[in-house]
Design a protein around this ligand. Sequence first.
Ligand code: SF4
Length: 350
Amino acid sequence: METENNKKNFIGTSETYLRDEFSAWEPYRIHQIFNWVYHYGCRDFSEMTNLSKVMRAQLADRFYFSLPHIQNKTRSLDGSIKYLFKLDDGALVESVWMPSDSRKTLCLSTQVGCRLNCSFCLTASLGLKRNLAAGEIIGQCMAINEDLNENDSITNVVFMGMGEPLDNLGPVIDALRLMTAPEAMRLSTRKVTVSTSGLVDKINEFKKENIHINLAISLNATEDETRDRLMPINKKYPIKALMDCLRSYPLKPQRRHTIEYVLLDGINDTDADARRLAKWLKGIPCKINLIPFNSFESSEYRPPPEKQTLKFQDYLISQNFSAFIRQNRATDILGACGQLAAESQKPSYV
Ligand code: SF4
């Protein structure tokens, strides 16, 4: 999948791989190439004039450039755009670009489908088709930036689209390094967030990588019985194991985790849930995003009444937590959290 005429896609190829491949080269050469590709948008090795002709030929011999193809764009009334990408093997994934006054956020995908089977999520209905390569992950970002006006360029990236990012750890790490490297895409680590359903072993592996991006934990319940039902991964990593893992996570000063809590009417939104949530999170540096559920046709769940959402938030604030109600974006185009399923293959706007 990564090869075309025995060549490898340069997009997403890690610095470590390139250093091994060109071990006789000075390391700064790799940074020069990254600058050409990720900063100047160069897609032709012969144009990299600060490299020798021999180097350029060696690169062209081994690598090609490929970005995911934009198959379709759907605009939301709130200004967001959902992109449907067709990958080299025909697989489809979606990303959502969400503008606001202060930022332009891209929500990108890391897998075609997902195997974790959360019961409130439309992506889960696809099952896992395959993992994305690093180039297909970072490529969503590059292809969208190329499609947009310079003023609309992506400032923030959230790994919250299709898939569980930590279930595809290697390519996600390669993509994160390229996104945040000063010689590549140059995004601040503060502006990149990876969301996880709580794969404790993978979070522990991720810790060792020393990539200080933000981590968002999709928690969504305060009792194992309920979480088992909503997110079957909880049977393997119950709430206590997840909380212990977060407590020992080496956060940089002034940084905190994000706790994502999708509110489901009558399921996880009671006053007792609010109290238990505060208890679980005591001592963990975090902010809490409360997300009233986005209903979709086949779903058994509904969002709580607004009054209950506000009461839930008020309690958390009274316990000194930063708790925010996140209004969903792109709900009219199935672009909101848990709604991505690459279902729309008919062009509705291009
Ligand atoms: S919520 Fe996330 S982890 Fe759960 S099934 Fe959907 S994409 Fe996978």
